[in-house]
Design a binder for this molecule. Structure first.
Ligand SMILES: O=P(O)(O)OC[C@H]1O[C@](O)(CO)[C@@H](O)[C@@H]1O
Length: 483
């Protein structure tokens, strides 16, 4: 979402950078000058930091009204700190330890201390580490201020994104009321959710024909599919996992590891509402970010604001939706999981079991964990250039607290699970296919402990039908379920 690239001047003092793209079987890193990591660190991040400064300065009169003249000192200190961070990035300085009131500083400092010295600077570190560190440093400036400890410098962008999406939200709200429990509806909601980041732009530009009803979910799927290609589709496996689980008694929790707020969160909620309404889960746990993160990631405060915004909306359907979702939250059908700083740490998910055993244990109590978006995908795959045909399960490196699903539009060079030759043919047609966000994957793997695999060869078709399960069409999906 949001920030435009800046025209920041390139006065790097970095030396050992490589001219080419990121080599196969390497961690993403700003060391490779033809990588998106390099572009982000060199151009996008300084631009983002400059916009934070501009935002803060334009908010100053309001802040003075709210906190008094004293807040000017806070603002000046934060602006200076962001400027210093820009300079550190530009000069590829070593990462500094945290010394303030950051609740997660022990974990961050341990991580930084353990980094090998040659990889402890912005352009030499793994991109994931450098980027997370930048966002963590930025919020620490606010956290350690006198008055602005809770200030979310991205708040306005998330709110604007939602407010600008009224047409799409209203159409989606109408089209998704009273959907029957069916694989078809589930699959469409999953796809709408996948393309959530871009849907508003799509629907705004879409020319409805006379026959098209804006209130019909099929039209919305058509809109969402324009120019977008699903490279892996494990929807049947996800559906079967949920349907099979629904045959057992007791709690069936689904963990949803959120990505962005704004319109994307709206589409998340449509999917999750459908799941609890149709007994595909007895409870959904939302995992949100503890601090403002990667510009548009959703926090608890964003969710509260979103529900209030919808509830008070003049569009009756949106207002009813806001009330219903608030009710789902009040009755614990959808809950926000306890805050975990692991989600805003630098670590890939395969270290969660050592690094945050409580969180890992929590995930083991659910039937399915859905990881949304590009950053979650990078953390699932360890920010590593796998062979594009490598199996999803291999790339998770043992991270299998429960059945896992990734819903992700491809925005950087990390990908796996593609069929042989697909990556090459995509590259031939579109050099930017890995950063355009025009392609997506819906990937799934079941956990070792789980009995959610599809029926084996000896299971009768009758059994499958009785359970309401769907037999996957693709050979690939069958292969996965036979594991
Ligand atoms: O909101 P998403 O889908 O996680 O995307 C965030 C991603 O986009 C980028 O800005 C570009 O890849 C990365 O920094 C990050 O991985």
């Amino acid at each position: 979402m949001g920030w435009r690239a800046s025209t920041h001047s390139d006065k790097s003092t970095t030396t050992d950078l490589f001219e080419g793209p990121t080599p196969r079987h390497s961690l993403l890193s700003g060391r490779y000058k033809q990588s998106f990591a390099y572009l982000t660190l060199r151009t996008r991040m300084p631009g983002i930091m400059q916009q934070i400064i501009m935002r803060l300065l334009s908010d100053l009169p309001d802040l003075v009204n709210k906190y008094g003249e004293e807040v000017r000192k806070d603002v000046k200190q934060i602006v200076d700190a962001v400027e210093r961070l820009k300079m550190e990035l530009n000069r590829d300085r070593q990462f500094l330890l945290f010394h303030g009131a950051e609740p997660d500083k022990v974990e961050w400092n341990a991580f930084i201390t353990e980094m090998p010295r040659p990889k402890k600077s912005f352009f030499r570190a793994c991109w994931l580490h450098a980027e997370c560190y930048l966002y963590r440093r930025i919020f620490s400036f606010f956290e350690n201020s006198r008055h602005l400890q809770k200030y979310d410098c991205f708040d306005h962008l998330k709110k604007e994104d939602l407010m600008l999406s009224e047409v799409a939200m209203s159409a989606l709200a109408k089209a998704t009321r009273g959907l029957a429990k069916s694989f078809d509806a589930f699959s469409k909601l999953l796809r709408i959710n996948l393309w959530g980041n871009h849907f508003e732009m799509q629907i705004g530009a879409f020319k409805f024909t006379e026959e098209d009803s804006k209130d019909d979910i099929n039209v919305l799927v058509k809109v969402a599919d324009i120019d977008r290609i699903l490279l892996v589709d494990d929807t049947t496996l996800i559906w079967n996992c949920l349907v099979l689980a629904s045959k057992s008694s007791g709690n069936r929790i689904v963990d949803f590891i959120c990505d962005n707020g704004g319109f994307e969160f709206f589409t998340d909620m449509l999917l999750l509402e459908y799941m609890v309404d149709n007994n595909l889960a007895t409870q959904v746990r939302l995992h949100v970010k503890a601090i403002p993160w990667y510009i548009s990631d959703v926090t608890r405060a964003d969710i509260e604001w979103t529900l209030d915004f919808l509830t008070g909306h003049r569009d009756e359907c949106l207002s009813a939706l806001g009330k219903k979702w608030t009710h789902l939250m009040n009755t614990q059908k959808i809950v926000i999981a306890p805050t975990s700083y692991f989600w805003t740490g630098p670590q890939p998910y395969f270290v969660m079991v050592e690094s945050d055993i409580e969180l890992y244990r929590m995930l083991t109590t659910s039937k399915l964990a859905i990881f949304k978006g590009d950053l979650n995908y990078r953390k699932l795959l360890g920010d590593f250039i796998w062979d594009s045909t490598e199996e999803f399960i291999t790339c998770l490196r043992g991270f299998r607290p429960t059945n896992i699903c990734a819903l992700r539009t491809v925005k950087c060079e990390v990908v796996c699970g593609l069929s042989e030759g697909l990556a090459d043919s995509l590259l031939k047609n579109d050099h930017n296919w890995m950063i355009s966000g025009n392609y997506g994957v819906i990937q799934y793997t079941d956990s070792l402990k789980c009995s959610c695999a599809l029926p084996g060869p000896d299971s009768s078709e009758k059994n499958t039908r009785m359970l309401g399960m769907v037999v996957p069409q693709s050979e690939r999906s069958t292969l996965i379920t036979n594991k």
